[in-house]
Design a protein around this ligand. Structure first.
Ligand code: GLN
Length: 199
């Protein structure tokens, strides 16, 4: 399975390392041909407005949106969560998303950079010890459609959600050295998608 990390802006290297720790050789992708070739995509944390604009200027915006809608397993962390949500609140004027998850996501919901924090989360599907999560100008999920599973919440606000092949977290597991979310993406989300695809 070829996993790409969208390498337009944000913490690309950290995701590649986390995936590597899970036994997956992930590659940075930004050109149309590179994005066509991958079986799964990770969209990193960074700045969602910048990533969306760069995706337009690299000519890959519509391609990514199409591949997501066709079922490519995709994991978005923080800015990546915003980018794969169908609806965003507190967006910049004209801000676009690739869409995919039937959720309303509020940008910068936990506050500004100075309000960044860490928390121990219970994450459904990761059964052992709680997950240490780092939130940096993080979004939260305001509401979800029936087809969306909430996997983790902070103060009643969903911060990890899944809709079939799409996984999104408000926080940054790539910064903690705890790779259980990446492992969940690779071993559960991607594997289930491949099984369905090969039926
Ligand atoms: N607030 C950022 C945005 O809107 C996301 C921050 C992050 O990815 N750490 O894109």
């Amino acid at each position: 399975m070829k996993v790409g990390v969208l390498a337009l802006q944000g913490d690309v290297r950290e995701h590649i390392r986390s995936l590597g720790d899970c036994g997956v050789i992930a590659t940075p992708v930004r050109r149309p041909s590179e994005i066509e070739e991958v079986d799964a995509l990770v969209i990193p944390g960074g700045e969602s407005t910048t990533i969306a604009k760069l995706a337009r200027s690299f000519g890959v915006f519509d391609l990514i949106a199409r591949r997501i809608s066709e079922g490519m397993p995709t994991y978005g962390s923080c800015a990546g969560m915003i980018l794969i949500a169908n609806t965003i609140l507190d967006a910049m004027e004209g801000q676009e998303t690739f869409g995919g998850i039937n959720a309303v996501v509020r940008r910068n919901a936990f506050g500004r950079q100075v309000d960044s924090f860490e928390a121990d989360l219970h994450f459904d599907g990761i059964t052992e010890a709680p997950l240490r999560a780092i939130f940096i100008r993080a979004p939260w999920v305001e509401s979800v459609g029936n087809e969306v599973e909430v996997l983790a919440s902070v103060d009643g606000h969903p911060v990890a959600i899944r809709q079939g092949n799409l996984l999104a977290t408000s926080f940054h597991p790539e910064l903690t050295g705890d790779n259980r979310v990446h492992r969940y993406f690779v071993d559960t989300v991607c594997k289930e998608a491949m099984k369905i695809g090969s039926r």
